[in-house]
Design a protein around this ligand. Structure first.
Ligand code: ZN
Length: 537
């Protein structure tokens, strides 16, 4: 089904001049470090959701009158090349199902939107078209807005549509907050289509789970530093450790963070160590089960997994996937009742078939949270900031599988997807696209050790100016650093003294943890705005 929104022009991006304010604040923050100040240009920020011309004196209603069909049909016919051919009878059927909106201005029909609530519960936007004379007046947006209300009343979880890749309407959907799922052509059709969807049920907010490496000495220094200078009760809401492979001291620091700060602790399985050949899978299974049975205080328990490596043959990969799925389910059943609702099953494998084996097995064992890890990240200068094509495809496969399972009613809508071992903050912004509700990273500690700091949605930057073994591009000056802080809205007590930030890795670690928190908050408020918005520009 093709969809058109003719000649909708992209909103003229509104520009706000913030340069002067930013320059003044950077100047204030920099001067104490004796650097010469020169104003840096700050990027204009625009807000793509604002600035769309509001439709005036256009009303949108469900079509009720057969007499409206001629006008609707004639608009559709005007866009026959884009929409394909639709009979009057088909519009009549939509009208009788109350699945057709008309937009009227001055008593005349200027546009329509046809949709369908499917049997499995989601909503398809079939066509939308505006008469050429009424374009660029926000009519399309108003029609979609009416559809949103209709879907909310029906409790439809998602609106889907497809649109030929060559039509400008694709931009319109992107601006409205639709997410493009993947490019696909239906069998027998030669015209490539983009699939778009707009989830309507409240997505669970994205959570940053701080991965704590086995570094008890770091924690010994970090904890009192936060308790003395931290700007809030805790630096993060969640933290993940691999209990079988850390020193008892590390575990006691983690317990401290739980009991004193209210951090929620996740236990990782240590499947990585099986992959590394440090422990046999069978031993991991038994030891992990003993440990989990003895510690019922964690917020999440990752089931044991048998991680395939790139060196495995296809047969070996298959076997590891099978073991992960079947033994994981068995493990789940052996856990005490009280913690069974807090387990997380790891989806292993490289193709959709593997992922499905894991998903089905966990599903039947009652696992409520899934995790996915197979990221291949890389980058020339060690700056890990791109999801590789392979990893993106796997994430697409995971998302599709979960979507299918949800629609078939095999999971509740609130099944969670956690992403393991995320290297860089640059990636975080894209997670919402994949239905992720949590991710972990050890980058906040690790990169600080190499003299680097993060800033929201930026790569890591070196501040120690080559004093450490691994650097990342030229070191930042205080002015450059504070300019970036202003541009990204970062604010924390650990970086107010730039010389200290350069000299003290613990200060850099807390700064980095705060940056991760700022990013997840920014993403969550954008998600909320998307879900609450819709009615208004
Ligand atoms: Zn900071």
């Amino acid at each position: 089904m093709s969809v058109l929104l003719s000649a909708q022009r992209l909103p003229q991006r509104r520009r706000r001049r913030q340069g002067d304010v930013v320059a003044e604040r950077v100047k204030q923050r920099t001067e104490k470090f004796g650097e010469e100040f020169s104003p840096a240009s700050s990027r204009d920020r625009s807000d793509s959701l604002k600035g769309v011309a509001r439709a005036q004196s256009v009303s949108v209603n469900i079509a009720r009158d057969d007499a409206d069909l001629d006008a609707i049909k004639s608009i559709a016919d005007a866009y026959r090349a884009e929409l394909g051919f639709h009979t009057r009878q088909s519009f009549l059927e939509s009208l009788s199902r109350r699945e057709l909106f008309v937009a009227k201005a001055g008593g005349r029909i200027v546009g329509f939107l046809r949709f369908h609530h499917t049997r499995i519960g989601h909503t398809t936007l079939q066509e939308i078209a505006i008469s050429p004379a009424a374009c660029r007046r926000g009519v399309g947006r108003q029609l979609v807005s009416e559809l949103l209300s209709e879907c909310r009343n029906r409790d439809s979880p998602v609106i889907r549509l497809s649109c030929p890749v060559d039509l400008p309407a694709n931009q319109f959907y992107g601006n409205l907050g639709f997410r493009r799922s993947h490019r696909r052509s239906k069998a027998g059709k030669t015209r490539p289509l983009y699939q778009w969807e707009l989830p309507l049920r409240t997505a669970r907010p994205l959570a940053f789970v701080a991965s704590v490496t086995n570094a008890p000495n770091d924690l010994r220094n970090l904890i009192p530093l936060w308790e003395k200078e931290g700007p809030g009760p805790r630096p993060f809401e969640h933290c993940i450790v691999t209990p079988l492979f850390i020193e008892p001291r590390t575990l006691s620091y983690v317990r401290h963070m739980r009991e004193k700060w209210g951090v929620r602790i996740w236990f990782d399985s240590g499947g990585f160590f099986v992959q590394q050949g440090k422990i046999r899978y069978e031993d991991l299974f038994t030891r992990l089960l003993d440990f989990y049975r003895a510690h019922d205080w964690a917020a999440a328990y990752v089931l044991p997994d048998y991680v395939p490596t790139s060196k495995n043959s296809p047969v070996e990969v298959e076997e590891r996937v099978r073991v992960t799925a079947a033994e994981g389910a068995k493990f789940q059943k052996r856990l005490p009742e009280a913690i069974r609702s807090r387990t997380l099953g790891v989806l292993q494998g490289h193709d959709p078939k593997h992922l499905r084996v894991c998903l089905d097995s966990y599903n039947s064992a009652g696992v409520r949270q899934l995790g996915f890890g197979s990221f291949d990240t890389g980058g020339g200068n060690g700056e890990i900031n791109l999801l590789t094509r392979e990893a993106t495809l796997r994430l697409d496969a995971v998302r599709e599988l979960l979507g299918e399972a949800n629609e078939a009613g095999r999971f509740d809508a609130d099944i969670g997807l956690h992403l393991f071992g995320v290297g860089s903050p640059n990636l975080v912004a894209r997670f919402a696209e994949y239905g992720t509700n949590s991710f972990d990273s050890s980058g906040w500690m690790r990169t600080a050790g190499y003299g680097n700091v993060y800033l929201p949605f930026q790569g890591r930057r070196n501040v120690t100016h080559g004093a450490s073994a691994v650097t990342c591009g030229p070191g930042l000056s205080a002015r450059e650093f504070y300019t970036l802080c202003e541009q990204t809205g970062h604010d924390c007590p650990f970086c107010t003294d730039y010389r200290r930030l350069q000299a003290n890795r613990y200060v850099r670690m807390w700064h980095n943890a705060i940056v991760f928190g700022e990013m997840t908050r920014a993403i969550n408020s954008r998600l909320r705005a998307l879900q609450e918005g819709g009615e208004d520009g």
